[in-house]
Design a protein around this ligand. Sequence first.
Ligand code: ARG
Length: 651
Amino acid sequence: MNILQTLRDRFAVALTDFTDEPQTFAAMVRSSQDAKFGDYQANCAMPLAKQLGTNPRELAARIVESLDVADLCDPPDIAGPGFINLRLTDGWVRQRTQSLAADLRLGVTGTPHPRNIVIDFSSPNVAKPMHVGHLRSTVIGDALSRVLRFLGHQVTTDNHIGDWGTQFGMIIYGYKHFLDADAYVEDPVAELSRLYRLVNQLCDYHETVEKLPSIGQRIDEQQRQLAAAESAESPDKSRKKRIKSLRADLALLNEARKTAQAKTEAIEADSTLKDLAEQHTDISRATRDETARLHAGDAENRRLWEQFMPQCLGALDSVYDRLDIHFDLSLGESHYQPLLAGVVRQLRDKGLATDSDGAVCVFIEGNEAPFIIQKADGAFNYATTDLATIQYRVEELGAETILYVVDSRQAEHFNLLFTTAQRWGYAPELRHISFGTVMGKDRKPYKTRSGDTVGLESLLDEAVAKAREIVVAGDDAKPDGPELDERARSEIAEIVGLGGIKYADLHINRESDYVFDWDTMLNMKGDTATYMQYAYARTRGILRRGGVDPESLRRPDAILQLSHPAERRLALRLCQLPDVLDAVATECKPNLLTQYLFEMAGDFSTFFEQCPVLKAETDQQRSSRLLLVDLTGRTIQQGLELLGIHTVEQM
Ligand code: ARG
């Protein structure tokens, strides 16, 4: 049962006497931040009174008169200018918590309106190294799919792998010209990714060399304009503004030139790279041709693609296995190739797509750039594929909702995509679940010392190695000596390390950038998985020490006493899991769940400090408190599991 929703429903009924929009105002019921204002708080009287031109406190009193919550709340209080404070009765909290004892789903009944939801996440580009941004998508998407499924939705997870892009032109070109055959036999994926990086670097070099003169010209031009503006007499306000903006532009251009020069100099300083660059001057065009040949069905390139794919997918799978993240479908971009010409034809027939400079475009008012669905050279692109994918998901999978867990930098693409799809006649609920960039401590996109974006595999290894140090140190420091053997230590380190990485991605509001920082990630005391895993292990330790079989607590006739405020606080928190999961599902924000678990772990600590459990005064109190301990452990475990994070019985 969702308490918040129940209270909102009750308010909606009461508010029909006062407004035509009862739902809007009922939505202003929140859980209180501070216990002194009760458990929940309704802030609707103030804005509604303003609308009606009456006194908010009096209106609050009238709302309370119409409000029927006596079965679950004490009589509501009206505070300050018209806040309505609600406190659940102790009896209600007690009964509700008791009813969780034997409930495997911890009170989560699930949605009355199940939907068919496709979640598109992870979706890396194969043959390019997968990076921390893809990890973020993978972890957030997996958590959302677990929560939505737990709530009873029909969820299909789909890894929309980039397996048809221009990187294949680069790899094919690299394979044909630069292959180190022994290295390829040894570790094909490593060799392919070396080839990719090499060809990419050479293409980039020539493109940069070509671009440099025009940057130079723009700098000269900008300087002329600046000099002219500066030499004018008695500069007025608008001229000052212009000078400022010219200077800013100039600074950017100079910066761009510096970066470009550094790039070309780096290649020229390396004699091997320099030679290769000189031998392959036409490499950019040549790689584009290789991609085009692949797309056109050239036998040799097709054979190479088929040779590379299983190796690349295998490497991805080993990362997914390790993360314990699995997909129902992995329909890559290549899957949609046969459909693309049809998509363009249908959009043309509908009059939605038109020719523009040789390309086929959908123009959407209010957007500067058109949505290009076929390039001037005839190639279909990312956009065409995404349109075909929506059609497929609606028609073949019956999708009513499609969630795209993708970097916020693709916002414009999704904006154009969704509008185009709707006009085309595909109108499922389409949502871009966007997330910010993963930053290093220097607030720049996270890179390794060598400057590469970090490869995932080594990142996971590092997390586990660091977790192992923490686990070993903790175990060695135990008052009665270490309790874990080597194997247990390694298993725990794997779970703590991977949990730490996942949690770090999840606990930040996804819309924000987040700073990747090893030091805070595995902190035992902070807002981390480690802290939560430790709290769980602690609940298990208490039961073990007390010789308590948890099953003996999980009975429908379990009896709870809530005599201490810390007990009540913890019990109320336990009752709120359904509220939180509904919010996670509506907003697609796993951080609401991490926040809840973090607060619960805090409530549990306070409870444990203030309320003796194994040494409780009476048997009834002891079993009541043990039940709270067990429920806390189960809720943390369930919550973490919904985030894709495992727990251990002992740390
Ligand atoms: N492969 C893309 C990238 O790495 C992400 C794909 C996201 N999904 C989609 N349907 N566009 O940027």
